[in-house]
Design a protein around this ligand. Structure first.
Ligand code: FAD
Ligand code: PYC
Length: 417
């Protein structure tokens, strides 16, 4: 990776940005074979490649992406990061990720704009209050910095929230994780891509994996839109397409794919310096560094592989936003988009080897996988290299759908689904 001096930076700017070195190597022609192939160039796939190379010395690997890296959910999410899940297993996984986020910008030498600005999860009825208070207690036992705030304390932390009782869903209180926050998704993807490429990983874009080849129950390669590549290890990190990729080797997963959408407002001066989420009313909000309000919604209940949003969801999302923040009523919305999220029955991810030797799956993160990106990549790399899940990943294998040891995190998913 080239490091630019200040003079070179100024020169580049004056030259019209024409002479920058590529951040990651362009692979003109994939090799005939690799020691491992990762399908999917989102944050999870790229992080996996980076940790495989850095921690396990596996550098002869390729990440194969059918579009452009970060063009899936990684580039479409609202980048909220927190670890306040209910169960010990999840707390271990998401805390692992949160700890890695803290040093990631420095490690990758890439400004990922990590902002630990605090995440509020609101409660609107007695049942939700009880459930969230219970979660705060569980979180604290697991070392998560969770706090319960009553409605007045919520208002103290985020003064623009409407806590009047004169709405359909009054704010009764909420949880706060101060170490939660947001970052810049593209920067994370590019940072991992550059670091992985520097370690020798081939990042192959505009190339779709169309089939997985096996012999005697062991993977032997992938067929792609640019030809066949031989490999003994294939790791899927394909989010909304997890189940379709697994079907290539007849592995059935209990995953459903749904659209999830978000939108941004016109840019305004800084007005909200934390993240506010409300599962019950299906809206959440933060402000980007550009000044736009980043506003999310609940999932579309229809199963679909269409990467787009729908108007009826926006209507509901805006009605909820108006109740929570009446002062946004004159704000104009600028653009909206959608991604495809892969939802598991227990709202927890699958990180697993499979009955097909050499075929691994990392998916089912549903509406909440961004926050896990570094932790997910780290434990997945370990699984692929050693062919055994480590202690953090072990509760998330696909065996749990047979044994019944589910990790039911619907309450902590924080985005209605
Ligand atoms: P992706 O980034 O989707 O990468 C998968 C890649 O696989 C894609 O680029 C795709 O093109 C590629 N692919 C698929 N099939 C093939 C194939 N056959 N061959 C080659 N390539 C293939 N999570 C949070 O924690 N916080 C949030 O605030 C948050 N907000 C969200 C908001 C929205 C609107 C959406 C849609 C999701 C949100 N999420 C959030 C969820 C989060 O984005 C995902 O869980 C996470 O980004 C998944 O990362 P990934 O790398 O696994 O998937
Ligand atoms: O899991 O915290 C989350 C989340 C926020 C927005 C989408 N998912």
């Amino acid at each position: 990776m080239k490091r630019y001096s200040v003079t070179e930076l100024i020169r580049q700017g004056l030259r019209g940005h024409t002479g920058w070195e590529r951040a990651w190597r362009k692979v003109e022609q994939p090799k005939d074979s690799y020691d491992a192939v990762i399908i999917g160039g989102g944050g999870h796939g790229l992080a996996t490649a980076y940790y495989l190379a850095r921690e396990h010395g596996m550098t002869n690997i390729a990440v194969i992406e059918k579009g452009w890296i970060g063009g899936g959910n990684s580039g479409r999410n609202t980048s909220i990061i927190r670890s306040n899940y209910l169960f010990d297993e999840s707390a271990a996984l998401y805390n692992h990720a949160l700890n890695l986020w803290k040093g990631l910008g420095k490690e990758l030498n890439f400004n990922i704009m990590m902002s630990h600005r605090g995440v509020l999860n609101l409660a609107h009825d007695e049942g939700e209050m009880r459930q969230l208070k219970r979660r705060v207690e569980a979180n604290r036992l697991n070392g998560v910095d969770a706090e319960w705030l009553d409605a007045r304390e919520v208002k103290g932390f985020c003064p623009i929230i409407n806590i009047s009782g004169d709405v359909r869903y009054p704010v009764l209180g909420g949880t706060l994780q101060r170490s939660g926050g947001v970052n810049r998704h593209d920067a994370v993807v590019w940072g991992y891509a550059r670091a992985a490429s520097d370690l020798g990983v081939d990042i192959i874009q505009q190339t779709e994996v169309t089939n997985i080849l096996t012999e005697n129950g062991q993977v032997t390669g992938v067929e792609t839109s640019r030809g066949t590549i031989r490999t003994p290890k294939i790791a899927s990190a394909t989010a909304g397409h997890t189940s379709t990729v697994a079907q290539m080797v007849d592995v059935q997963l209990p995953i459903e794919s749904h659209p999830l959408q978000a939108l941004v407002s016109e840019p305004i001066k800084p007005i909200i310096d934390c993240v506010v989420m409300s599962n019950a009313v299906h809206v959440y909000c933060s402000q980007s560094d550009k000044g736009e309000l980043v506003i999310g919604a609940g999932i579309d209940a229809q199963l679909s592989y269409t990467q787009r949003g729908n108007l009826d969801i926006i209507e509901h999302q805006m009605a909820s936003l108006m109740e929570l923040f009446p002062m946004f009523s004159r704000l104009r919305m600028m653009r909206q988009w959608g991604g495809i999220v892969d939802v598991c029955p227990d709202a927890s991810p699958i990180i697993t080897k499979t009955p097909v030797k050499g075929f691994y799956v990392n998916g089912g993160w549903g509406t909440g996988g961004w926050k896990a990106t570094p932790g997910s990549g780290h434990v997945y790399a370990d699984l692929i290299a050693r062919d055994e899940p480590n202690a953090i990943a072990a509760p998330f294998t696909m065996d749990r759908f047979v044994t019944g040891a589910l990790v039911a995190e619907h309450g902590a998913a924080a985005v209605a689904h």
